[in-house]
Design a binder for this molecule. Structure first.
Ligand code: ZN
Length: 264
């Protein structure tokens, strides 16, 4: 049994035609573009003969095989970061769909249901799959956040659905360079990164850039630069696969940064 590569690439192109303007793919979580991609998914699955449904939160599912019993779940997500690549997320959903379509084409009699899933809002903290597994963290701002995305606590509770499945498979593009460096086509993931995010504030002392002597300064940005260098040294000392990133710096009061004068 072989998959239809042409159909797979065609479906990938179709879903990737749903994107905001600009370079690459832009289907942010909870945007109209993500909604449209899910609508496309449901229509496509129905056309291919799969049984579809969406949970109350908006995760999309399409099933083949027996109507009873615990099933196998295969899929990924359809949202992207801004100007993201064409494979991240979409490839996992489309390959899962191609697997289901191939099984249907070949009239394979399945012992258990096979369900293709497109999870919501992966790029903003694995939100859709966290809802599905009942692991969504209920922070202080939980209710406000739900209101913003047009959902309620009830839609989150209703959408816990993992118990209907025994296994989960996901094909995902590698976002590092391991396979490329080793000249391999595919690898099997046996562990995942445990992510930790934090905001750090470094306090200094504001002063006149033209008059405070170098000896008298306590410059927050310069002190931060020393911290960053040390941060990298510490992370590297732990060796692979440990990684650490500093992604954003905001400097206050930064009078020059705020100036509207054309002279400085
Ligand atoms: Zn992804």
């Amino acid at each position: 049994m072989k998959i239809d590569l042409k159909r797979l690439i065609g479906m990938l192109e179709e879903v990737n035609s749903v994107t905001d303007e600009g370079e690459g793919m832009t289907r942010p979580a909870f945007s109209n573009f993500e909604d449209q991609a899910h609508e496309w998914f449901i229509k496509k699955c129905e056309a291919l003969g799969l049984r579809t449904h969406q949970d109350a939160f908006g995760n999309s599912f399409a099933t083949i095989g027996p109507k009873e019993g615990k099933g196998i779940l295969i899929g990924s997500h359809l949202d992207t970061v801004n100007n993201g690549g064409k494979f991240d997320g979409a490839l996992g959903v489309i390959t899962a769909l191609e697997v289901a379509a191939t099984l249907l084409d070949n009239n394979v009699s399945l012992k258990k249901p096979v369900t293709v899933v497109a999870f919501r809002a992966e790029e903003v903290g694995l939100v859709g799959s966290s809802v599905f597994t009942g692991l969504l963290e209920r922070t202080e701002r939980f209710e406000d956040w739900l209101k913003n995305i047009n959902r309620t606590a009830a839609t989150v509770d209703e959408s816990i659905g993992y118990e209907a499945y025994t296994d989960y498979l996901e094909l995902h593009i590698e976002q590092g360079k391991n396979l490329e460096t080793k000249n391999k086509n595919i690898g099997i993931v046996n562990s995942i990164a445990s992510l930790n995010r934090m905001n750090v504030t470094v306090h200094g002392e504001a002063g006149h850039a033209g008059t405070i002597s170098m000896e008298e300064r306590n410059d927050a940005l310069m002190n931060t630069a020393k911290i960053l260098t040390e941060f990298e040294r510490i992370v590297k000392s732990y060796g692979a696969p440990n990684v650490g990133t500093v992604g954003t710096l905001q400097v206050y009061p930064s009078s020059r940064g705020k100036s509207s004068s054309p002279l400085i």
